[in-house]
Design a protein around this ligand. Sequence first.
Ligand SMILES: Cc1cc2nc3c(=O)[nH]c(=O)nc-3n(C[C@H](O)[C@H](O)[C@H](O)COP(=O)(O)OP(=O)(O)OC[C@H]3O[C@@H](n4cnc5c(N)ncnc54)[C@H](O)[C@@H]3O)c2cc1C
Length: 403
Amino acid sequence: MKNPLHICILGGGFGGLYTAIYLQHFLLFKSPNCKITLVDRNDRLTFTPLLYELVTDELQAWEIGPDYQKILSDRNVNFCQGIVEGVDLEKRQVKLKKNSDNREELLTYDYLVLAVGVQMRLEGVPGAATYAYTFRTIADAERLKQRLKILENTASKIIQVAVVGGGPSGVELACKLADRLGKRGQVRLIERGNELLKTFSPYSRKSAIKALKARRIEVDFDTSIEAVESDKILIFQNGERSYSPVDLVLWTVGNRSIDWVRNLPCQQNDRGQLLTLPTLQLVDYPEVLALGDLAEIQYHPQKQLPATAQVAYQQASCAAKNLYLAARGKRLQKFRYLHLGEMLTLGKGAAVVSSFALKVDGGLAGGIRQFVYLQRLPTLRHQLRVLRHWIGKWLRGLKGGGS
Ligand SMILES: Cc1cc2nc3c(=O)[nH]c(=O)nc-3n(C[C@H](O)[C@H](O)[C@H](O)COP(=O)(O)OP(=O)(O)OC[C@H]3O[C@@H](n4cnc5c(N)ncnc54)[C@H](O)[C@@H]3O)c2cc1C
């Protein structure tokens, strides 16, 4: 009997997990003649846009981190929890270490989807890797909450927090931390350049600045961090170096490719992202599709796509379609990106939403943002479970006279 067609998807984030889900729209991939394997080092998704809500306890980890086994339970996709250590593109083999028994395993594939994202780069600044907190995963959020609890239980009147990076993660995190810490919090946002949210619309920027001001968050422009210690940071500002005391440092800047991705023998840009054709295929390996943060697609000579969930999510749908076309021996389609707008959370229950003609901020935007993301959570079953939980919470709030 002929071996079933094997599609191997590495990385269960916005690119990889949603490719696996979209593949199920095709009858061909539901059949026993096709085997699909999704590999991730974690056992659950991190729905990053809603990660900030864990800091303020607006959401719980289960809501934004559904279990892969459960998501895929009624689909023709095997989930394999393991750490990918490398890919041999010539032999079409993936080398991974399985979490269950620490054993090395080789997976062979007919088609491969590379979607393991990127990792944070902290090595450039002495002490950052040891003392600064990263914020990318549910485990990071849990670790941050533990630290916050310790600080909140001390006798000190002020809790000093430095958030490094004036991009969306820095701004969103600073607002949530300020709301969580209330009067005790002294939150400072440190940005190397001279503006916040560089790639965002003027409306979103204005709303963000308003939200930062309302929370008395100090913003330091043209400032870089040169070292992080357990209780202070060394900053370079206005041509001078000085130490500032700090209880907590959050690091939101600097991404780099995962080492084995950087070592793949294929074309890459100067940031180590894999270069793909407009069809998402690697230039020299047409049976491999790369998407999400780890790839730069030849999209438009003057325009680069941003590293966002929105891009990865749309690419996932194109990747599934192209795998179908490839399996049928047909011509693959070019990826087309439709920018649907931008959303940022700006503190507890608040946000800014800018999408086509819709521009709104505050509580209403907070509600819109949550509902938009609710319908982006994987599987209808999980969406309904979360929605039921929100309605229950809201009803309990009404009964208790809360908001
Ligand atoms: C805190 C935060 C908030 C964000 N908010 C937004 C937002 O509001 N809107 C937006 O559009 N974008 C947002 N982003 C960006 C968005 O999360 C990324 O652009 C998107 O997740 C990229 O998708 P991806 O599939 O490339 O990678 P990821 O979603 O990062 O998925 C990569 C997966 O690969 C797995 N993996 C990595 N290495 C290995 C390995 N060696 N072996 C096995 N598995 C591995 C990881 O566990 C992960 O599940 C945010 C990012 C962060 C960190």
